[in-house]
Design a protein around this ligand. Structure first.
Ligand code: SF4
Length: 461
């Protein structure tokens, strides 16, 4: 899979002595959702402690002191990859404000499609925004609300914004979570003894020994305080559900439960369905690790063709790989993947990948497989062609950079140099999770956007 970056993982915990340390572990488990920056805010005695920085969780929290300084019994954390707002330190989350009612911190996964309009209105009304992150407008809307209770102020603020948001908020005495009415991004609730946890994915519960309880429902606001968890459903505008199908195909970890369904199970079914829709005579199945492993297993189970490890991914490639002087062909792909020659030599190889974005990585992989002696290379994708960008929190290239937006499937096959290519159909893909098909957003595959996108975004299509 070529890199598409998700915007962010969020985590929050309430009612435990080492809340900061547990949040650090939660962010570790959610590292795949954002590698640009991360941060943790903990609440202690009416004030906040914070640590944040650019880099991976283990770079920002590099000593026991970094973690132990996050005192208090509640905390929120955030891993970021930017979609709105530049990659700079002032945009690191959680964002914090100190307003008339004290401290408030927020972490956001998603993207607000009417951000510019709300920002303009806030600025007209005198607000001074200090970041270029869409999340900051939520803080300013909250600061302007006259409502007494946090859930009322939040509902009033969130009614003014459009788009995708899974939020965690921290006050000195409460942990708050909210999910947009369409439920685009996931957000789960867990319990660890007497403490409550919320996280983008349930893999963050496993690492701290918490158990999954349920999802924050689309349009629901949750307030957790010393009296327990209080649910406020129906305070936001109603909307049909639009769960991001890409979370199940690629973004989320296979060991997570998303929208109440096991990611691993769905990926296996996607692979099986792909094998039925696009059968092929071949000797081995290999996957593009790691996100395609499970779909490749499903393909192998259905087709009876053995699965093997033909591609090895280097997990230690830093974000700032320095290119050496001499020119090595296809170095960007070679630094990330290597072919196990003994596995593919003289074989008819099926490569299962979860999706195709620009096609540049796949083209190089096909070439490397042929150079390694593969007799035939058949590409199978466990999702349909990506034809439109995402405006709901996933960092994708522009429409013109998406190969399937301007090339037919046969033209893509020729461009990649593969012997055959097969994409899973939209209909079959939507049948694989055990949820109604209408519950999902599939705009990047169909161009049908379930939530209003900005005028600027429409013009770019
Ligand atoms: S457009 Fe695609 S990536 Fe974006 S929310 Fe919808 S399904 Fe997910």
């Amino acid at each position: 899979m070529e890199e598409i970056r998700d915007k962010c993982g969020v985590f929050g915990i309430y009612g435990v002595r080492n809340a900061g340390a547990l949040t650090y572990l939660g962010l570790y488990a959610l590292q795949h959702r954002g590698q640009e920056s991360c941060g943790i805010i903990s609440a202690n005695n009416g004030g906040f402690h914070s640590r944040m920085g650019m880099g991976l969780v283990n770079e920002v929290f590099s000593s026991a002191e970094d973690i132990n300084s996050l005192k208090g019994r509640s905390a929120i954390g955030h891993n970021r990859y930017s979609t709105t707002g530049s990659s700079s330190p002032e945009n690191i989350q959680p964002l914090v404000m100190n307003y008339s009612r004290g401290y408030l911190a927020i972490g956001h996964n998603g993207n607000l499609t009417n951000y510019r309009q709300v920002k303009r209105e806030l600025e007209k009304a005198g607000s001074i925004l200090r970041t270029s992150s869409d999340t900051e407008v939520i803080l300013h809307l909250l600061a302007r609300s006259k409502k007494e209770r946090i859930e009322q102020a939040l509902a009033e603020s969130l009614k003014k914004i459009v788009g995708a948001f899974s939020l965690v908020l921290l006050t000195p005495r409460q942990l708050v979570a909210a999910r947009d009415p369409a439920g685009v991004r996931p957000l789960a609730i867990g319990q660890r003894r007497s403490s409550w946890v919320v996280a983008s994915e349930t893999c963050a519960f496993d690492i701290i020994g918490a158990k999954y309880v349920r999802d924050v429902e689309p349009g629901e606001i949750i307030v957790i305080d010393q009296r327990g968890l209080h649910s406020y459903p129906g305070m936001l505008k109603k909307s049909p559900h639009a769960f991001c199908i890409f979370e199940l195909i690629y973004f989320s970890r296979p060991d997570s439960k998303i929208y109440g369904t096991n990611v691993d199970k769905v990926r296996r079914r996607l692979g099986r369905a792909l094998a039925k829709e696009h059968p092929v005579e071949a000797d081995i199945i290999i996957s593009v690790p790691d996100s395609s492993n499970t779909a490749a297993l499903g393909f192998s189970e259905e087709s009876g063709i053995p699965y093997d490890i033909g591609l090895i991914r280097n997990h230690y490639v830093g974000r700032t790989f320095i290119r050496p002087e001499q020119k090595i062909r296809d170095l960007d792909v070679k630094i990330k993947f290597n072919i196990v020659k003994g596995v593919v030599k003289n074989k008819r190889v099926v490569v299962v990948d979860d999706s195709l974005v620009r096609g540049t990585t796949s083209k190089k992989l096909v070439k490397m497989l042929r150079e390694a002696g593969a007799k035939e290379v058949h590409l199978r994708l466990s999702s349909p062609p990506i034809v439109s960008p995402c405006f709901y929190g996933i960092d994708m290239p522009t429409k013109s950079e998406l190969i399937a937006s301007h090339k037919s499937v046969e033209a893509i096959r020729r461009y990649l140099g593969a012997d055959s290519i097969g994409y899973l159909s939209l209909n079959r893909m939507l049948e694989m999770p055990s949820l109604p098909k209408e519950s999902f957003c599939h705009a990047c595959f169909s161009g049908r956007y379930p939530i209003d996108i900005s005028r600027r975004a429409r013009l770019a299509l």
